[in-house]
Design a protein around this ligand. Sequence first.
Ligand SMILES: *Cc1c(COP(=O)(O)O)cnc(C)c1O
Length: 479
Amino acid sequence: MADPLTDGADVSALLRLVADAAAEYLSELDGPLRLESSDEAAESFGGPLPEDGDGPFEPIRELLDRGLDAHVRSSGPRFFHWVIGGVTPAALAADWLTSTIDQNAGGWDATPIGARLETVSLGWLRELFGLPAEWGGVLTTGATMANFAGLAAARQWWGEQHGADVRNTGLAGLPAVPVFTSGWVHVTALKALSMLGIGRHAVTNCVADETGRLDLDQLDRRLRELGGAPAIVIGNAGEVNAGHFDPIDQIADLTERHGAWLHVDGAFGLFARVSPRTAALADGVERAQSVISDGHKWLNVPYDCGFAFVRDTSHLAGAFVAGADYLPESEDERPVYGFLGPELSRRARSLAVWATLKAYGRSGYRAVVERCLDNAAHLRDIVEQSDELELLAAVPLNIVCFRYRRDELSEEELDELNLAIGERSLKDGRVYMGTTRWAGKVAFRPAFVNFRTTRADTELIAETVCDLGRQIAPVRASA
Ligand SMILES: *Cc1c(COP(=O)(O)O)cnc(C)c1O
């Protein structure tokens, strides 16, 4: 029988096994993105619950062997699907320590260091993003839950405007919550609204064109039509298909004029503020009531991590406080973060956030952001100079929205071809991308957020797309 208390396993040998494998792994991070056998390797895991365990070495060896055969090198420099960051060395080491000391970051009593570093990290992040120092905030599992936290604060405020304490009485008996946004709203903001009982159908998209761009006049008109009734506006600072921005400053003019709550989703786009080259894209976020971003994207800390900032902390506390006799009271200097977000027991994510900010500072992150901007600009130039590639949208930040093209192919055939290239790229192993649609057209949208990605990695995107396009297109032309 393997009992973790008495089996006598050598923990330091176990950890050394992983540390050695990790060091080797990191030295090969630019290897093939995925093995062809990865699906089978994943499915080789299974079977009934072991009656008597194997002891700790056997499962760790299996993970290092068959487990790694089934993984995707998504933290490496050539993974451009979705928006996925890597892990800085400082964040990785701090994250290992986090698991080792296994703190519950619900409150100061359980972890002075976890709580203190959450306060310090949130302060540093506000400085990094140029947000007012007085704002409150909380670390979350990601932007989905950060959207949830910001919009929960918005819902609490909205209830107060109607003389209701939504935390205690819910939304029953109140009118529908009016929510306005552009076509660029992220699905997770809608999911958050659904989890909050506001519902996706409460949302009106004020859309000016087929890309989903905000119609500011329509937003103004709709807010005016409410005649002073409270509303929530979601501004999108960096949408996922082309990295475009709603005009947050102009939205803030309207929300201030009409007394609405402005929530800004800046899951990766808030990092535009880290470089003077792009800071203006997110002008006005400092005028919002709530602003969120992700840690596991451009901050390059491990999964999972996000952050929500709220101008007036009382709305966050109003939504999430959960007192009990055995739990501590929140104090200004020592906030109980378990009462400022959805979970009470939480991983001490602050150690990794603090460590990476302390290790690399403002200038290190500016270098990371600007390298990603340079990579995006370089790919844009390659696309513009290529006869086989077509840029589909401007590149304001870190995403390049483009497609493969052949003059002889119809729009429908181009969509099919680009879908086929996208699918093939997931198996190809050189770069990992997948597809989206922009203004109806199937497109690639590599997103640059990994601190490791080089100019050569960037060039490989265009090379691979052209290569796969040529492989697939002749076959189709003769069919
Ligand atoms: C990634 C993303 C989200 C969701 O973030 P998760 O960390 O995956 O929960 C929300 N909004 C935008 C704009 C995003 O890019």
